[in-house]
Design a protein around this ligand. Structure first.
Ligand code: DGL
Length: 276
């Protein structure tokens, strides 16, 4: 039987999904910039990492996550995962009857604005780099900017392990960033959901290895700003005074709750386990 009092479209939650816990960086940025918006988050912890999988597999996984959220009465979908945004955004836009926002275009715009020289570095997963999505998004905004992309896959397990402030993590970052030295970049995009959790070490090491002129661009913050503009332009901003956050994962909800509590700065007890 249809709900006699469905919530107006603008007061429905925003669906956010990622391959795992890294998308909480986007949740945190949305909650800071849009504190009244309710969020339903899905982390596909049973199948993380997506970052080295084939485009066909990433599209298949993205479809199941997108459909699971679309079935929960959301007003729009934010794809927090850079790898999915790079490979499967168009498929989701065609197949889902909802506005879908990814993280690549906001991150690329922020980088174009931050760079004076037009030489932009991007660190991301192997599949995001292979897709060329950041280079295309930057080229759509600037005919002169050049993008130098580098896969930095080891940073994902270091974050998952909680080694956020660790000399070994700094060494790994330094080893990766050394490869960007010849390109003399002045903006570095954190093109993976997990990397903003290493914002401090990445900024320190980038200044040391690449020079103090390098601006570190966080695609999570850029996405939240774009979402804010999108909601107000479409008349989709909520009218409700209080927000809710519902978290769902496909595996190990307790472990997710522990990391989410640490990362979001308050206790998260209720994480639901769902099957896709
Ligand atoms: N969420 C992925 C991304 O932003 C990183 C983790 C993974 O490889 O699944 O690209």
């Amino acid at each position: 039987m249809p709900n006699p009092n469905p919530a107006p479209l603008c007061d429905r939650p925003i669906g956010v999904f990622d391959s795992g816990l890294g998308g909480l960086t986007v949740v945190r940025a949305i909650r800071t910039q849009l504190p009244h918006e309710s969020i339903i988050y899905l982390g596909d912890t049973a199948r993380v990492p997506y970052g080295a999988r084939s485009p066909e597999t990433i599209i298949r996984y993205a479809r199941t996550c997108g459909r699971a959220l679309a079935a929960r009465n959301i007003k729009m979908l934010v794809v927090a995962c850079n790898t999915v945004s790079a490979v499967a955004l168009d498929v989701l836009r065609v197949e889902l009857d909802l506005p879908v926002l990814g993280v690549i275009v906001p991150g690329a715009s922020a980088a174009v604005q931050a760079s004076r020289s037009g030489r932009i570095g991007v660190i991301a997963t192997t599949s995001t780099v292979a897709s060329g999505a950041y280079a295309r998004a930057v080229a759509a905004q600037s005919s002169t900017a050049e993008v130098h992309s580098l896969a930095a896959p080891l940073l994902v397990p270091l974050v998952e392990e909680g080694w956020l402030d660790d000399p070994i993590t700094e060494q790994v970052i330094a080893r990766y960033l050394a490869e960007l030295v010849p390109h003399e970049i002045d903006a570095l995009v954190l093109g993976c959901t997990h990397y903003p959790m290493l914002h401090g070490p990445l900024e320190r090491v980038a200044a040391r290895v690449l020079g103090a002129q390098v601006a570190v661009v966080d695609s999570a913050q850029a996405t939240a700003s774009e979402l804010k503009d999108f909601l107000s332009q479409r008349g989709l901003a909520t009218t409700l005074p209080h927000s809710t956050l519902k978290l769902m994962v496909t595996d190990r909800p307790q472990q997710f709750a522990a990391v989410a509590s640490r990362f979001l700065g308050h206790t998260i007890e209720d994480v639901s386990l769902i099957d896709l």
